[in-house]
Design a protein around this ligand. Structure first.
Ligand code: FMN
Length: 307
């Protein structure tokens, strides 16, 4: 009998749907005992979000400052597994606060040590640097990262910004104004993620994970858009300055922090709507000279190793 644990956090339920589909064949398999553990915060974030809480999550998300968790004495966390599937979302180019809090907690050490792990992301579209941060925390916990699947919104970047904000602020996955596509990972991509479950089942049954990522990649587990890597890296540099500055400006309810978070919210929209298109034009103009570098990056971010 093989024991597999899915560890996840989700606000809308999207990540749980994805995780269930990815483990579809394990669920129905008699020789696999599959369990789900939901990460719980002592004080959860609202869903739908209000504007203040949405931007207030920025400094601690980006600076990877953990929050207190509950349900850590759950028996599911007290045993070892043949495989852990770790399903997470990205907040502000970093693992979400609940996910980061779990990875930095001592329960993660005992759970992940010498254990094969598959990371699964469900996000808007900018996940590459967040995955680097998660890789680092998993390696700190001595986990053995054997696979990665990334699902995201395939619509153009600016469309997905509009639709995800509507989703975040209403809590409803809908066609905003009747003209926009639905936000987040498409129903089709969520449904089709069942295709990954056979390779995962085979790997866990044979306890052979060395070629799993290659197999998952053949099934389209990771699709990388080089321009988004450039934007992600650049935005990380800028977010680093903003988050440190705002964090130093006071505690959660301080007026000064509120004021600067408000300024940041306007800056973010300016960066998305004005700076990002300029970066895109520069990216296109310089593409012939950076092609080699982009190809290398694409390969590296598809794999599970950490530089
Ligand atoms: C505060 C916040 C920040 C987010 N930042 C990003 C981001 O930087 N990159 C990205 O691709 N998606 C981002 N998203 C989208 C999430 O990764 C995720 O897809 C969405 O919140 C749905 O996840 P759920 O399963 O928890 O409902 C953000 C969402 C929230 C609420």
């Amino acid at each position: 009998m093989k024991n597999v644990l899915v560890v996840y956090y989700t606000q809308s339920g999207q990540l749980l749907n994805i995780a269930k589909n990815i483990t579809n064949k394990l669920e129905s398999s008699k020789d696999v005992n599959l369990s789900f553990y939901e990460i719980k915060l002592k004080e959860n974030f609202p869903f739908p979000w209000d504007k203040t809480s949405f931007y207030d999550a920025f400094p601690e998300s980006f600076l990877q400052i953990p929050s207190d968790l509950s349900d850590l004495d759950n028996p599911l966390l007290q045993q070892k597994y043949d495989l852990v599937i770790f399903a997470y979302q990205v907040w502000y180019l970093s693992p979400s606060i609940p996910i980061n809090s779990f990875l930095k907690n001592k329960v993660a050490k005992q759970l992940f040590e010498n254990t094969p792990v598959i990371t699964v992301i469900g996000c808007r579209n900018m996940w590459v640097m967040a995955q680097e941060k998660v890789k680092k925390l998993l390696f700190d916990n001595k986990a053995n990262l054997v696979g990665h699947i990334s699902l995201f919104d395939r619509h153009p970047n600016h469309i997905s910004v509009i639709t995800i904000l509507d989703w975040a602020f209403t809590g409803v996955k809908r066609n905003f104004l009747g003209i926009f596509p639905k936000p987040g990972v498409s129903d089709e991509d969520i449904e089709n993620s069942k295709r990954f479950s056979s390779d995962i089942l085979e790997a866990v049954r044979s306890n052979k994970f060395s070629d799993l990522q290659e197999k998952l990649l053949k099934q389209g587990a990771v699709i990388i858009k080089p321009f988004l890597i450039v934007t992600d890296k650049r935005a990380n540099q800028i977010f680093s300055k903003w988050s440190n500055f705002i964090y130093k400006n006071g505690e959660r309810d301080d007026a000064s922090r509120r004021k600067w978070l408000n300024v940041f919210s306007y800056y973010l929209m300016f960066a998305i709507w004005v700076i990002a298109p300029i970066v895109f034009i520069v990216y296109l103009l310089t593409y012939p000279f950076t092609m080699g570098k982009r190809k290398k990056e694409k390969k590296y971010y598809s794999l599970t190793q950490l530089k």
